[in-house]
Design a protein around this ligand. Structure first.
Ligand SMILES: O=C(CO)[C@H](O)[C@H](O)COP(=O)(O)O
Length: 229
């Protein structure tokens, strides 16, 4: 993949995010993702709301909730929603078959609920996120604290190694009050199979393999976009 030019990467994130906004129309309920790419989309949606766009939104994290509200975007209570028109979110890795790894920002559980509720699930990404096989980025796994050892042992049985996420020497706590394990399974040949196995572990709230949860990936490269759908 080579060295990633951060300025170029940021420019691509913005281009992809702006392209995705074309899919939002007046009256939509919009699912808002988390992370630096989703942030570009939220900021632009916010500006358009200030200029008369009438949407409501669901936020995938406290950070996104705060950012969206700061622009005057009306945030709905996720627990009351049974459908979202369009969601825009980022990804840590994606393949051409639209499988993803998400959760680098630790918001994977709410992001998964939003994707599951959404009719049109748009992922926005810079070109560095495209991979042949998932797995160079460790799979984030949200774990209910009392099940930490149990879940770690089950990950070991699936030939994965676990690292409890720490930020500034402190255990990272999700918006839901849980831990994140970053699990290394090496390059993943059969992501659907691994996702199914992880789904069966009690105490594991959500994992970052997003299989069949994406309508399209808008990837920016240089100043253009490529759409995978
Ligand atoms: O899944 C996520 C947060 O939980 C993000 O979408 C993912 O980490 C990508 O982030 P960024 O746009 O900053 O590269």
């Amino acid at each position: 993949m080579g060295t990633i030019d951060k300025t170029q990467q940021d420019a691509e994130k913005r281009v992809a995010a702006l392209e995705a906004i074309r899919f939002i129309k007046d009256g939509d309920v919009v699912g808002l993702g988390t992370g630096s790419t989703a942030k570009y989309a939220i900021e632009e949606i916010g500006k358009r709301v200030q200029n008369g766009l009438t949407i409501t939104a669901a936020a995938s994290s406290k950070k996104t909730d705060e950012l969206a509200r700061s622009y005057g975007i009306e945030i709905l209570d996720l627990q009351t929603l049974s459908s979202i028109d369009v969601s825009i979110d980022g990804a840590d890795e994606f393949t051409e078959s639209l499988n993803l790894i998400k959760g680098g920002g630790g918001a994977l559980f709410r992001e998964k609920i939003i994707a599951s509720l959404s009719k049109n699930r748009i992922i926005v990404a810079d070109a560095s996120k495209k991979v042949e096989k998932l797995g160079a980025f460790k799979v984030p796994i949200e774990v209910i604290p009392l099940a930490l050892q149990y879940v770690t042992d089950q990950i070991t049985k699936l030939r994965g190694s676990s690292l409890l996420r720490q930020i500034n020497n402190e255990t990272f706590i999700t918006d839901n009050g849980n831990y994140i394990i970053d699990a290394d399974f090496g390059l993943i040949d059969y992501p659907e199979e691994l996702a199914r196995s992880l789904n069966q572990i009690d105490g594991l709230l959500a994992h970052g393999l997003f299989i069949g949860l994406t309508s399209k990936v808008i990837m920016a490269i240089n100043n253009g976009v490529v759409v995978f759908e």
